[in-house]
Design a protein around this ligand. Structure first.
Ligand SMILES: [Cu+2]
Length: 661
């Protein structure tokens, strides 16, 4: 590879921590684990769900002077093997002690990958499971079975109370590299207690009728070693920056064009952007204090067999950060790349480094602006580029690729690209039922949604903001609208939490602005950013249903809350098997004031996904996201100052022609 590559760890050691918002280093995680182990003398039974930095108060961050000392407080969620509930607490790394602890008896810790590794073997050895395979004529192939455990939600079933439970779905492979999701063993499930590895129940949904759905056997693969036909390779398309990239990285602070941002990461949310600001005409102006994808849920739409239980919170139950990939140069990332490693705790509190978890690079972003003056005959044209900060997480069958883009013109854009393998089920060929698409003979992809929640702790030009709803109103035809053409935008500030739970409205071309009421632009209106909610999703899960209760954040595209350091996750701190009593609905019930306040804007968005045959056997990326757009934040086009340049590496396929003058 001759692409330049730079690599660094976010933080190497406590001594190297340069900023109060820096994520925990490997050494800090190890030290925190040692403090916790000394405080909770459970020996080998100690299990770690979370060890993460407690972000210091905003005032400390805002007034921080480089090189001065700052506190390092760690948040932890831990549990004891075989004991239900979670100990939530804090440790002070300087004082070397646990400074607070609360036992949350009803909480169930997130599911760790280390915990599920033993499940497959246990299920396969269960006589009830083997008997179900025998009834299907599959017992001889028991070794080929692939057992995927799924989180179960909270349906109030007696046998699941007081336990940590997963429900297994079954696929099978014909040989080691075979794509097993092409071979669902439909209607067969094992419910397992994660703490004891006891199999509570095996469900064979076809036992009574005997009408088994056959396992589709045709191989449908995507591994290059198994594919025989490839199209000819495309012409090379290289991204080359001979003078190096346009960004600068110091520790985990990134400066690019007029932007500066601090890159953070944790085991639950994955990528976090801190203190995003834009310097214009010599003044740094804050825009977002903290931005992350704080939760996501995938509700499935079929009530059939055990599929109704599928309503998974891949972030809050599993952890985007913990499941982040090590990215590969020239494959995941193209161009002049700066990689950042991430460090997360493993199940036993050891620091696990995910090398190259975060990718930073520039991309061409097409045209920025242009005008041809017909009278002077002159053309002014500028090209745009963007800074990309990304990471990719694999959660079971699916990949979530997360991209933050900073644009030169002040735009912040987020894209979630979903790829990987759809969750497949079996059907009688030609009869997928109304809840899905038959994506290949005998394989159904059920309808579902992927709904994410962005937590946007805004600070547009200062700490206090107001969210304003903007509806376009058509004036009724009559004396005030004699030509029938009149329409205008009506603005309405969202003053308190309960009235700030808002939905997209196509009939009104609704959008929202985040304004700073105390700062005006040159025409006297409050400076603002506009949220473009391009990927609003209409939820179809009943809000009071067992699954709907747990993910109520999907019921509105917009929620606004006053900042509170403990209000971090929209479906609550502990989501696994939760009943839905925590999170946005509980907090906003207090109807706190959100006008001209330190506010957090929560935006639910996502994908409405009835799988297509083209999504199978591996899905090309489908994309959802949103944009934050300056809207009266600047007095005029902020990229009017882009220098007039022509790209010298560009050429014409016909050598005699000159494209640029
Ligand atoms: Cu999907």
């Amino acid at each position: 590879m001759d692409h330049p590559v730079r690599s660094a760890s976010l933080t190497e050691a406590i001594a190297d921590v340069a900023h109060p918002l820096d994520p925990l280093s490997a050494r800090e995680i190890a030290r925190a684990a040692a403090i916790i182990r000394a405080h909770f003398p459970w020996g080998d039974d100690l299990r770690v769900e979370t060890i993460d930095i407690e972000e210091p108060p905003k005032e400390l961050v805002r007034n921080y002077v480089q090189g001065t000392p700052f506190p390092r407080i760690v948040r932890f969620n831990i549990y004891r093997r075989g004991v239900m509930g979670v100990w939530q607490g804090r440790a002070d790394l300087e004082r070397d002690e646990v400074i607070s602890e609360t036992f949350r008896a009803d909480a169930r810790a997130m599911v760790a990958v280390e915990e599920v590794l033993l499940i497959e073997k246990t299920v396969k050895a269960d006589p009830r499971f083997q008997e179900a395979l025998r009834r299907r004529g599959l017992l001889a192939e028991v070794d080929n079975m692939c057992i995927d455990p799924w989180t179960v939600g909270q349906f109030g079933y007696e046998e699941e109370q007081g336990r940590r439970v997963l429900n297994c779905f079954v696929w099978m492979r014909a040989f080691p590299l075979d794509n097993y999701y092409a071979h669902p063993v439909e209607g067969l499930h094992a419910l397992i207690d994660l703490s004891t590895l006891e199999i509570l129940r095996v469900d064979d949904h076809f036992e009574a009728s005997g009408d088994y759905i056959p396992v589709p056997r045709a191989p449908l693969n995507f591994d290059a070693d198994l594919l025989t036909e490839f199209r000819p390779p495309s012409a090379p398309l290289d991204v080359v920056q001979p003078a190096g990239p346009g960004y600068r990285v110091e520790g985990n602070k990134v400066t690019w064009e007029n932007w500066d941002v601090r890159v953070g990461f944790n085991g639950r949310e994955g990528l976090v952007l801190h203190t995003i600001g834009y310097t214009h005409q010599g003044r740094r102006r804050p825009v977002v204090y903290r931005a992350s994808i704080a939760e996501m849920v995938v509700p499935y739409g079929t009530p059939e067999r055990s599929h109704y239980r599928k309503n998974v919170f891949d972030s809050g139950e599993i952890g985007f950060g913990r499941m982040a990939n090590s990215l590969k140069l020239g494959c995941d990332c193209l161009g002049t790349i700066h990689y950042i490693d991430a460090v997360v705790p493993d199940l036993f509190g050891a620091a696990r480094t995910i090398e190259n978890a975060i990718c930073l690079h520039e991309e061409d972003a097409g045209l920025s602006w242009k005008h041809f003056d017909v009278r002077s005959g002159r053309t002014e044209v500028r090209r745009a580029r963007k800074l990309v900060i990304s990471s990719i997480s694999t959660i079971g069958n699916y990949e979530y690729a997360s991209y933050w883009y900073l644009h030169q013109d002040g735009r912040i854009e987020y894209e979630m690209k979903a790829t990987g393998i759809i969750n497949t089920a079996g059907c009688h060929p030609g009869n997928p039922g109304r809840y899905g698409t038959e994506v290949a003979p005998g394989i159904v992809g059920h309808i579902h949604q992927h709904i994410f929640c962005a937590r946007l702790d805004m600070e547009v030009d200062g700490p206090n903001n107001t969210v304003v709803e903007c509806d376009t109103i058509a004036v009724p035809p009559g004396p005030e609208n004699p030509y029938g053409n009149a329409f205008y935008v009506e603005e309405r500030p969202l003053l308190a939490e309960l009235t700030a739970q808002r939905d997209s409205d196509f009939a009104r071309m609704r959008y929202w602005k985040i304004i700073n009421p105390e700062r005006r632009n040159w025409v006297g209106t409050p400076v603002a950013y506009k949220l473009e909610a391009d990927s609003a999703v209409q939820p179809f899960t009943a809000p009071d249903s067992p699954s709907g209760r747990r993910g109520r954040f999907v019921q509105h595209q917009i929620w606004v809350t006053p900042f509170h350091p403990e209000e971090r996750f929209p479906a609550g701190e502990f989501v696994n098997q939760s009943s839905g009593n925590d999170g946005l609905p509980a907090w906003t019930a207090h109807d706190r004031i959100v006008e001209n306040a330190d506010i957090v804007l929560w935006h639910s968005f996502g994908l409405h996904h009835l799988p297509r045959p083209e999504d199978h056997p591996v899905q090309p990326c489908v994309v959802c996201g949103f944009k934050l757009l300056p809207s009266g934040f600047f007095d005029q086009n902020p990229v009017i100052d882009l220098p007039r340049t022509a790209n010298e590496a560009s050429c014409c396929t016909s050598a005699s022609e000159s494209c640029c003058d």
